[in-house]
Design a protein around this ligand. Structure first.
Ligand code: NAD
Length: 496
């Protein structure tokens, strides 16, 4: 892969326009090289994007849903044709392995597949004779200009959670991708233009806080979809709703994986490794805490530690792929290392130490090896804060009840999993655990496109989640019409 410095123009009203603002570097985390400059944006950029989306709305709203779906169908085919190009772009700016990037893009494409069904999804309800001679119907109409603000960790999938459903429902959209990974979002947006999407229906504005604040308070914006860390998610929800917007706001997480004494050693080890260290732990569904229950500390844990020590870290932007790539920035790597140090200071024991890992073929990459902190206790910083790196906490519990209680003590509520051979234990766990996405012998129980991405507690602020039917509900408002007719028409002559 070459290292030409890319530019990041905004995409406004179908034109690629440079912003007049200063920029922030976009890195290839595998090498530490700067590959692009992303503008930090201005309120004027945000306003121009909203105005373009607002101008495109009346005509797009009138475009029949089936025609909107056809454009999305062509978009999906173009995504397939350009799949590997998107995957490589994603890996280059994010650092995840090619296999993980393929998953990222595929999961996003599934949302397009879901949105293709929009003519059926928009079907309303009707009842004849709600009173004598009176009929009542409820239909769904779009909201207007909708905004998406996305995090760095899924450059393809998270924007695609939002705008395919929004535009399928007849809205226009302004996307503000993460300034750390703007390139994949731009590459994908170009395909939507080629698929025949009218100008102004999807717009991209780059930037940071200033741009977000301008979007959040803009009088022409009707709805905000946000995905990112919990403090920002909460801020977005509070400011957005205060300004009269509909808001769905996904935050961070800390997800527990219970390892029961009867868990299949090989499958549960594989499940936990994938959950904790997949995407270098930079997943809101990362299984960042393994709860070993009773004898699982003798059956599963030793195998898990050995498997963790074998994880090969390396650059992902070349043919030979490692097991795990770098984290997003040098600062983030340093922060994760610092949290490990705090964990040790507070009494955790290190059983696999990824700090200071040497990667000779890419000495400037942002690498951190897979790490296990054992004997973590609930009060420790490392147990409470989202680490968002390749660090697995291990906590020991006596039985299922204690393990469920531990998981339910979390402030977050994205996912939780159990590995067991017992249907009774699995059923009990599923019923009682206090979170929105549950895995049974599945390490990363992230909902697919047809279901809501279902965070609870501090992992979600709002009422209607992204994806699935809730996504359609979020991006539409109902109109209920009650009708009565007194005659058949002028003079009723044709009837007689
Ligand atoms: P982040 O909160 O730093 O940034 C997310 C977005 O908010 C970016 O577009 C960023 O530009 C913007 N932003 C940052 N600071 C802001 C501020 N002060 N005011 C307004 N906007 C601001 O998150 P990140 O580091 O990019 O992503 C990682 C986080 O996202 C993790 O906490 C992870 O758990 C979370 N996440 C959650 C989900 C979910 O569905 N629950 C999915 C993916 C990621």
């Amino acid at each position: 892969m070459t290292n030409t410095l890319e530019t990041c123009p905004n995409f406004i009203g179908g034109e690629w326009l440079d912003s007049n603002s200063s920029g922030t570097p976009v890195y290839n985390p595998s090498t530490g090289e700067v590959i692009a400059q992303c503008p930090l944006g201005t309120a004027a950029d945000a306003n121009a994007a909203v105005q373009a989306a607002h101008a495109a709305f009346p005509d797009w709203m009138e475009t029949p849903p089936v025609e909107r779906a056809r454009i999305l169908g062509r978009f999906k085919m173009l995504m397939e044709d350009n799949f590997e190009d998107i995957v490589h772009c994603n890996t280059r700016e994010h650092g995840k392995t090619l296999v993980e990037s393929r998953g990222d893009v595929k999961r996003g494409m599934e949302v397009i597949e879901f949105a293709l069904g929009v003519p059926s999804l928009l079907m309303g309800e009707v009842i004849e004779n709600i009173a004598r001679g009176i009929d009542c119907e409820a239909i769904r109409q779009p909201l207007g200009v909708c905004v998406g603000i996305t995090p760095f960790n899924f450059p393809a999938m998270v924007p695609l959670w939002m705008y395919p459903i929004a535009i399928a429902c007849g809205n226009t959209f302004v996307l503000k991708p993460s300034e750390k990974v703007p390139l994949t979002a731009m590459k994908i947006a170009k395909l939507l233009g080629k698929a025949g999407l009218p100008k102004g229906v999807l717009n991209i504005v780059h930037g940071g806080r200033d741009v977000v604040d301008a979007l959040l308070t803009h009088p022409k914006v009707k709805a905000i979809s946000f995905v990112g860390s919990t403090p920002i998610a909460k801020h977005i929800y509070e400011i957005g709703t205060k300004h009269g917007k509909r808001v769905q706001s996904n935050g961070g997480a800390k997800n527990y994986v219970l390892l029961m004494p009867d868990a299949d050693v090989e499958n549960s080890t594989r499940g936990v490794i994938e959950a904790a260290f997949g995407c270098a732990g930079e997943r809101c569904m990362a299984g960042s805490t393994a709860v070993v229950v009773g004898a699982a500390e003798k059956t599963v844990l030793p195998t898990l530690i050995e498997a963790t020590k074998r994880i090969k870290v390396g650059p992902t932007d070349r043919e030979t792929q490692p097991d795990m790539g770098p984290v997003i920035t040098r600062q983030h790597r340093d922060r994760v290392e610092e949290l490990i140090a705090v964990g040790l200071k507070e009494g955790a024991k290190i059983s696999a130490d990824g700090r200071g890992v040497k990667v000779s073929e890419a000495p400037n990459g942002f690498f951190l090896g897979a790490t296990i902190l054992d004997h973590v206790e609930s009060g420790m910083t490392i147990a409470r804060e989202e680490v968002f790196g390749p660090v697995l906490n291990v906590m020991h519990m006596e039985d299922l009840d204690a393990a469920i209680e531990l998981a339910n003590g979390s402030a977050y509520g994205n996912g939780a999993s159990i590995f067991t051979r017992s249907g009774k234990a699995a059923r009990e766990f599923k019923h009682r655990v206090n979170c929105g996405m549950v895995g049974i012998n599945i390490g990363v129980p992230a909902s697919m496109a047809w279901f809501p991405f279902n965070g609870w507690n501090d992992s979600f602020f709002g009422d209607l989640h992204m994806q699935g039917k809730e996504g359609v509900q979020f991006f539409t408002q109902q109109k209920v019409t009650t009708s009565r007719w007194f005659s058949y028409g002028e003079g009723d002559i044709w009837y007689r």
